[in-house]
Design a protein around this ligand. Structure first.
Ligand SMILES: C[S@@+](CC[C@H](N)C(=O)[O-])C[C@H]1O[C@@H](n2cnc3c(N)ncnc32)[C@H](O)[C@@H]1O
Length: 324
């Protein structure tokens, strides 16, 4: 039997997809955003419950081996510049994650968040004195590390904090994945073969008509075909709109599909709802390729060499399809 996973703040399912591909069975997911839940349901499964986590009773959540999730980062993210706000109501959502962790007592848990969650005056203290202890007090040994998605074949510089927790009575540990890609994948690798014009015949290869203006600010910088993309962000998913980088040839902004590729979503993963929502969901997601390598480390705790080898074979095929 496959080890089971419950997922919180699941969004469109980037993190969950990596765990599925590594051989886990995701048995429950939750998000408040209707369009994200639609995309999740149609691509991953109908085990997602669309509701506010504050109204989610732990009795509605099944027991599982692993809990995964990345609570919203709007208050922590450096992309929010001077609007970064420790008092943001979003910054209390980690307590809801801890509430479910305490009630369900999975063997292991994983949290993903922006690197800014642990840096800067006030934020650092909040991370070490509030967030980490809230998980430790649920009965877990906790460690954390910043990983860059570009080390895991994702054609994007995207630094994220990964927190791993192991229940105190479990002797074995879980490692962070070691970097995999020797040279970083580039924009050309990932989107070079998509048509220059938006084309509705290619799923989600449409997007923003926002004009190109190169002025050095985030979202208004020229991109280099031969480098990984800068971070694809979902800033403002609940107001404000996502930052959509210009296409490297400055002809237009990146399409939804191009953003999806830069986040390593497979081409058969279709995004539903408005373009604006699609950009936000993609920018909010954990790149599935990076999630896969993290999930492989968790899988070692349930070691099944045949299943592991199988999922690695499929994973390599999926990467080849994406030219990554
Ligand atoms: C950073 S995103 C998670 C992305 C996801 N891990 C992925 O890989 O696709 C955070 C998610 O938290 C959800 N969220 C925000 N407030 C919530 C609430 N009160 N209850 C449930 N979900 C909430 C947002 O809709 C968003 O999808």
């Amino acid at each position: 039997m496959k080890p089971s996973v419950i997922s919180l703040f699941s969004g469109c399912g980037g993190l969950d997809l990596g765990f599925l591909q590594a051989g886990f069975d995701v048995v429950f997911a939750n998000d408040i955003d209707k369009e994200a839940c639609e995309t999740y349901t149609k691509n991953i499964g109908n085990h997602i419950v669309c509701k506010d986590i504050y109204t989610l009773d732990s009795s509605e959540v099944p027991n599982a081996d692993v809990l995964i999730g990345g609570f919203p980062c709007l208050g922590f993210t450096i992309a929010n510049g001077k609007n970064r706000n420790l008092d943001s109501s979003y910054n209390k959502l980690y307590l809801e994650y801890a509430r479910i962790l305490k009630a369900k007592q999975p063997k292991y848990f994983l949290v993903e968040n922006v690197a800014g969650i642990q840096s800067g005056k006030g934020f650092r203290e909040h991370f070490y004195e509030k967030i980490l202890p809230s998980f430790e007090s649920c009965g877990y040994r906790v460690k954390h590390k910043i990983l860059n998605a570009s080390d895991y074949f994702v054609p994007q510089n995207r630094k994220r904090v990964i927190i791993i927790g192991v229940r105190n009575d479990i002797p074995n540990d879980i490692d962070f994945p070691t970097p995999q890609s020797k040279t970083p994948k580039t924009l050309k690798d990932a989107i070079g073969n998509l048509p220059l014009d938006y084309d509705s015949a290619i799923p989600n290869h449409i997007g923003s008509n926002h004009k190109i203006k190169i002025n050095g600010y985030i979202g208004n910088r020229a991109l280099d075909w031969d480098k990984p993309s800068p971070t694809i962000t979902g800033r403002g998913s609940r107001g404000g709109g996502a930052v959509i980088h210009p296409h490297p040839n400055l002809h237009r902004r990146l399409s939804v599909r191009e953003c999806a590729r830069l986040q390593s979503f497979p081409d058969n993963f279709i995004f539903y709802g408005s373009n604006g929502a699609n950009y936000a969901h993609i920018g909010n997601a954990v790149p599935p390729l990076m999630s896969f390598y993290i999930a492989q480390e968790f899988m070692k705790a349930f070691y099944n060499p045949i299943e592991s080898a199988k999922s690695m074979k499929i994973h390599k095929k999926n990467r080849a399809k994406l030219n990554l």
